[in-house]
Design a protein around this ligand. Structure first.
Ligand code: GDP
Ligand code: MG
Length: 369
């Protein structure tokens, strides 16, 4: 599963406006050779004040933040699961992403046509969620039909998974038939694992992004309040953003100008910054740093990874030839002020293969190939 979030929503809700603002300062491709380069894919830096602080202490030549990809997935309309519009093609794109950001129109503007004739976020959300649930329902139904074969499989792993999956699929089917997302079911890790290969869309985390008027940034409008109520029921988070303002901020040149603009409207963090962080969090990824005078860099690793697996993010050789890792935490660096003082304080450690890397660790890998 990629490190990416799909932006979904009805036509004309502001997806592309938000996507262009997000990607107005694209990450420098040379630093991220593995990234997809397509017009609807944007590679975006993840804001992380810890990296700035590490940089201020070490003074490196270069700093390289973590990234997350956003994919502008257009074309989701009523009937998409039946192949209407370019339905199936778009649903295919959504299966590929790690999580979804669902943009909802919460702004009034008579000049911008609404596909259903009026601004009604709850009904808009239902239209999209029902299409996604129907698409998953088709996948789940097919799997249920195949279960008997899997239960008789010679391969014990397949057989075992099918055993666990059977009741899960029945529960999922009932949930989806009611139009609720799969993630609203409470499943344990084994149960999730038993259906992971289906890449169900509604099992992915979803962030509702309310696109509001300029004057609803500081205080939720009625539309946003309704979205928040709905989101509670399906375990999702909500942020508000004003697409129009974000594109104005994106057009400003310097950091200082951007900060001044934000403080003029009375906020400290842009909607985009909130959206990027929330997207990164939904993917359940963590960050460690490498820190030297040449480069301070943030690396993204899966939650729970042991040191060799986390090292593989830099290079597979680091995993193959892994010997040990030198580790200290960025909070210790901030407290003691330098690596030498961290060592004096006894906070600098040598860890082996079984070490579970923590968010915010500063790592140096020793390896041999
Ligand atoms: N008034 C207002 N218009 C917006 C806002 N965000 C987007 N729009 C406008 O709504 C229209 C559709 O936006 P677009 O981003 O193309 O929507 P998409 O179809 O979801 O990709 C465009 O004319 C945008 O300029 C907003 O926050 N406020
Ligand atoms: Mg668009």
């Amino acid at each position: 599963m990629g490190l990416n979030c799909g932006i979904v929503g009805l036509p004309n809700v502001g997806k592309s406006t938000i996507f262009s603002a997000l990607t107005s300062a694209p990450a420098e491709a040379a630093n991220y050779p593995f990234c997809t380069i397509e017009p609807n894919v944007g590679v975006v830096h993840v804001p992380d004040p810890r990296m700035e602080k590490i940089g201020a202490i070490i003074g490196p030549e270069k700093m390289v933040p973590a990234i997350v990809e956003f994919v502008d997935i257009a074309g989701l309309v009523k009937g998409a699961s039946k192949g209407e519009g370019l339905g199936n093609q778009f649903l295919g794109h959504i299966r590929q992403v790690g999580a979804t950001c669902h943009v909802v129109r919460c702004f009034e503007d008579d000049d911008i046509i609404h596909v259903a004739g009026k601004v009604d976020p709850v009904s808009d959300i239902e239209v999209i969620n029902i299409e996604l649930a129907l698409a998953d329902l088709e996948t789940v139904t097919k799997r249920i039909q195949n279960l008997d074969k899997m239960l008789k499989s010679q391969d014990k792993i397949v057989q075992n998974k099918a055993k666990i999956a059977k009741p899960v699929l029945e529960r999922l089917k009932a949930t989806l038939e009611e139009g609720h997302p799969g993630r609203s079911l409470d499943l344990n890790e084994d149960e999730k694992d038993s259906i992971a290969d289906l890449q169900l869309i509604t099992m992915k985390k979803m962030l509702y992004v309310c696109n509001v008027d300029e004057d609803s940034i500081l205080e939720d409008n009625e539309h946003v309040k309704k979205v928040k109520e709905l989101a509670k029921k399906d375990n999702s988070d909500v942020i508000t953003i004003c697409g129009k303002i974000e594109s104005e901020i994106a057009s400003l040149e310097s950091k200082e100008e951007k900060a001044a603009f934000l403080s003029d409207i009375g906020i400290t963090e842009s909607g985009l910054s909130k959206m990027i962080k929330a997207g990164y969090e939904m993917l359940e990824m963590k960050t460690y740093f490498t820190a030297g005078v040449k480069e301070v860099r943030a690396w993204t690793f899966p939650k729970g990874a042991k040191a060799p697996q986390a090292a593989a993010v830099i290079h597979t050789d680091f995993e193959k030839g892994f010997i040990k890792a030198e580790v200290f935490h960025c909070d210790d660096l901030f407290q003691y002020g330098s690596e030498a003082k961290v060592k004096e304080a006894g906070k600098f450690r040598i860890e082996g293969k079984e070490y579970e890397v923590k968010d915010g660790d500063i790592m140096h890998f020793r390896f041999n190939v």
